[in-house]
Structures are given as C-alpha cells and as structure tokens.
Design a protein around this ligand. Structure first.
Ligand code: URA
Length: 232
C-alpha cells in the first residue's frame, strides 16, 4: 500500500493532509531518510516526526470499561470510543468492539481491527468462557446453580436453551457467572429468569485474559503473549 494511503488509514489525517506531511519532510524511514507519498515501506520502518507508527501494525486492545459508556460509534451520550485516542476512530479497517457490554456493565472489553481475530474470539466454536460478577437485588434462592448448569434454561422469546453455565455463589447477593455464549443481555436475562434482578454487572475475564491492575477507563494494546493467554 502506498504510504499516503497507509497513514490516512491509520488516522494521521485526510490524504491531502498526509500529503502535506510528506512535503514537509515529516515522514522518514527508521534511519531518518525522507520518504515520499508513493513509497511502499514496511510498517515498522516508518517514522512520523521521528516516532514509530502508533499503534504498530494491527491493533487489538483491552479497555477497562466504566459504566455509563455505550459500545457504539454513533449513539448519543458517552461512547467507549471516547476513552481511546480520537485517531483510532478514523482507522481503516475500523476498530470494532469484540461483542458488546451494556451501558451499565463495567469491565473487560476488547477491540480489534482484525476481522479474523474478532470471529475467532466470538465464534461459538471457540466457546471462550466469559466471567461476570453480578450484584443481585435479591438473595440467591439456592437452585440457580443447578438450573444454569443444566443446559435447559430457556430465555424469554428464544427458541434454543442456553448452554450450561457455571454459577459460583460468592455471597447471598453476589454471584460469579461463567458463560460461553454471548446472547443479548444474557446475564441480566438469566437472573431475570430466576426471579432476580442484576443491580451491578462487571466482566472480569474472557478466556484466560483478565484486567489485571488496569484502572477503570484505561486501555492497553494486546500483544502476541496476551492473545496466547486469551485462547490458552
Ligand atoms: N450480559 C448482560 O446482560 N450484559 C452485558 O453487558 C454482558 C452480558
């Protein structure tokens, strides 16, 4: 791909703006040699104002989503993209959320511009476990663990039962739920199906990947080792 297109796709500016950056000599190779708009150079060898391309090729990141942010590029109100550098929203291919969390759910949210990786993560075949901490309005009754594990629980207006899920009772109104699907509002609807109500929901883990000590509202890029942990 020609450099002018590559940099525009990465959100460094429109093609016209990026073309100016070339004319101003701001785009160089790793050795400081000025590059031209039509050049084709390996991603890792390009510098903008002396800095390597940000982010490096392909982008997958982990956000500690606070409540109150919507997983959308164009809803009204606060969006998860507001927590990332503005340039990321201009990237092509687009940086998409890997599945969604409700506005009122906090926790681990992945983004990627790699369509194949996105499908690998959300594919029912991968059956990656997702762990949620749910705070409930009512104390648990006691039969929920067996019912959720049974593989027979049917959610309202659905035609196939849920796959078995693992419920750990942490306290009378605190449950840790592990599911391998991603149906619409699944966790909230599961507790509604047993006469309860989720008052707070937090996703702590996908596959082997957890938030670690990443503060709420912060993000970090994932590297190859993180992806191994995710699928591991
Ligand atoms: N299940 C829900 O109900 N909400 C989420 O945000 C994620 C899973």
């Amino acid at each position: 791909m020609k450099l002018v297109k590559l940099l525009a796709n990465l959100g460094y500016g429109s093609r016209k703006q990026v073309a100016w950056m070339f004319r101003e000599g701001r785009i160089t190779d790793a050795g400081g040699e000025v590059l031209y708009a039509d050049d084709r150079v390996a991603h890792a060898d390009i510098r903008v104002d002396g800095e390597p391309l940000d982010p490096p090729q392909g982008l997958t990141l982990l956000l500690h989503k606070p409540t109150g942010y919507t997983c959308s590029t164009k809803d009204t109100g606060r969006l998860v993209y507001d927590l990332l550098p503005p340039r990321f929203r201009l990237r092509a291919p687009a940086l998409s959320t890997v599945g969604r969390l409700d506005r009122d759910t906090s926790g681990l949210l992945l983004f990627t511009d790699d369509g194949q990786l996105l499908h690998r993560i959300i594919s029912p075949k991968a059956a990656l476990p997702k762990v949620y901490e749910a705070t409930l309005a009512q104390p648990l009754r006691g039969d929920e663990t067996a019912l959720f594990a049974s593989g027979t629980l049917m959610l309202e207006s659905e035609t196939t039962p849920l796959l078995p899920a693992t419920l750990e009772v942490v306290a009378p109104t605190h449950a840790r739920l592990t599911i391998v699907e991603g149906r619409y509002h699944q966790v909230r609807r599961m507790f509604a199906a047993v006469g309860n109500h989720v008052v707070a929901l937090h996703r702590s883990r996908i596959g082997g990947l957890s938030l670690g000590d990443l503060p709420e509202g912060q993000w970090r890029p994932l590297d190859a080792a993180d992806l191994t942990t995710l699928f591991g």
